[in-house]
Design a protein around this ligand. Structure first.
Ligand code: ADP
Length: 442
């Protein structure tokens, strides 16, 4: 509304200037053609038409000499503007007559004869403001139309934008509901690359990881149950056999030894389970150690087992590598990796080996444990360090089954992470596997 008021004030000012100009032109015209009254009257009529205004020329007695509408000729007009102009001043006023706004102004007709200044009359001019008010009304209408359309457009845009934003969010909410109701691995379709798209991508990754963890957990429980069931069944059968009939002491001894063996297997398994549960609580006892000495100890310890499985150990280590570590935990790490290399040897090959190499690099030491066993599929490499993950899950009940619970490498990763040592694996099915540990030097 303020804008419209400003617009009106400017328009009235402009009309006022235009009427003043016309009035002065008429005043000059009258002065210069005082003898040619007919010409002046004709010109006044023409100016009146052009400016859509009423123009009166009065003499010094306020008597109307010229009126472009004729009706006031010879009348005496005694209004404020005329009075002021006959005193030599210009004057203007805005009147409201019968709901109509009228701008009225007058200028003096001044004759300057040899220094004598005489006011010989006045030009009174008036114009109504209908056109300005019409313009104003049109403008109001236009502004209303423009703002209504703008409102509509912005409303439509808001609805479209909101819908575009909420649709994927609704799909995402459904996804979250699916996950919380147990549908792990549920995927939400990603249609855009914006922030919401990225959120959907992260959601899908999370869903995939959850489903893998769940699968590992099921496999793990499956394996453990199987492992516990086997010795339990043996023990049950052995006890049942002993309880039937009269057995001699030797038979009792023999059966009891078997039962002892089975309980030892079970004890080992339970220890393993407890270790898994305690994985996060591992506390390190860090000391400065010579890593090659630690490796030598392990090689000595594992050599008979490797021999028994017909796997040769190649050992090569620079002996000046000092590191900060928990000796027993690091022994456990290397033992687990080497044990796997022996366990996953390739029976089709004549010579099976595991090579343990320790060398100094620029800023660290590199420990490489390489075997020519069955190898690891590249796609499985990112999972082997996860708790409960095993590649040979399907073989649990088959003869070619290789014992294990998918815990060894999870322990390896946990201990190495706590040391701040990096571990990575490479594998080539049929060729072998390599585990690389990057160790910071002290
Ligand atoms: P597991 O008790 O099953 O051996 P690990 O956590 O030690 O559990 O290893 C996880 C999986 O990684 C194994 O089941 C096996 O499939 C694979 N793996 C580990 N080391 C080797 C290796 N040297 N050669 C081939 N496969 C390996």
């Amino acid at each position: 509304m303020l804008m419209l008021n400003n617009y009106k004030v400017t328009q009235v000012k402009n009309t006022e200037i235009r009427l003043f100009q016309t009035a002065n032109i008429v005043a000059d015209l009258y002065k210069e053609n005082i003898d040619d009254f007919v010409f002046t009257r004709m010109m006044v009529r023409s100016y009146g038409k052009q400016g859509n205004a009423r123009i009166l020329v009065l003499d010094s007695n306020k008597r109307v000499l010229i009126d472009n509408h004729h009706s006031y000729i010879d009348n005496v007009l005694d209004n404020e503007e005329v009075k002021k102009s006959l005193n030599g001043e210009s004057a203007s006023n805005l009147y409201t007559i019968k709901d109509k706004e009228i701008l009225q102004l007058s200028v003096p007709i001044i004759l300057n004869k040899e220094g004598n200044i005489n006011v010989i009359g006045a030009v009174l001019i008036s114009a109504d403001m209908v056109s300005i008010n019409n313009n104003l009304d049109n403008l109001k209408g236009d502004i209303l139309k423009i703002s209504t359309s703008a409102l509509l457009v912005s409303l439509v845009l808001t609805v479209v934008a909101t819908n575009n934003l909420t649709k994927p969010l609704r799909r995402l909410t459904l996804g979250v509901e699916k996950i919380s109701s147990g549908d792990l691995g549920y995927r939400v379709e990603k249609k855009t690359n914006d922030e919401v798209g990225k959120l959907i991508e992260t959601f899908n990754k999370m869903s995939n990881t959850l489903s893998k963890i769940e699968k590992n957990r099921k496999n793990f429980i499956n394996n453990i149950s199987h492992e516990l069931k086997t010795p339990l069944t043996s023990i049950k059968v052995l006890i049942e056999s002993l309880s039937i009939g009269n057995n001699d002491v030797e038979t009792y001894k023999e059966y009891l030894e078997d039962i002892h063996g089975e309980t030892e297997r079970m004890e080992q398994l339970v220890n393993y389970l407890m270790k898994t549960i305690k994985l996060e609580d591992t506390i390190l006892n860090l000391k400065k150690e010579n890593l090659s000495t630690i490796l030598e100890d392990i090689v000595k310890l594992i050599a008979p087992y490797a021999n028994k499985n017909e796997v040769s150990i190649n050992f090569n280590a620079s002996n000046d590598i000092e590191v900060q570590c928990d000796k027993n935990k690091i022994k456990e790490v290397i033992f687990n990796i080497v044990d796997n290399s022996i366990k996953y040897k390739d029976d089709k090959k004549e010579d099976n080996y595991v090579s343990i190499t320790l060398e100094k690099a620029e800023n660290n030491a590199i420990l490489t444990i390489e075997d020519n066993g069955i190898g690891i599929d590249e796609g499985k490499l990112e999972d082997i360090f996860k708790r409960g993950f095993r590649i040979f899950e399907g073989h649990v009940d088959k003869k070619i089954r290789i014992e294990g619970y998918g815990i060894g490498l999870a322990i390896v990763k946990n201990i190495l992470d706590k040391h701040g040592w990096q571990v990575s694996a490479k594998g080539n099915p049929g060729l072998g596997s390599t585990f690389i540990i990057e160790i910071p030097l002290v």
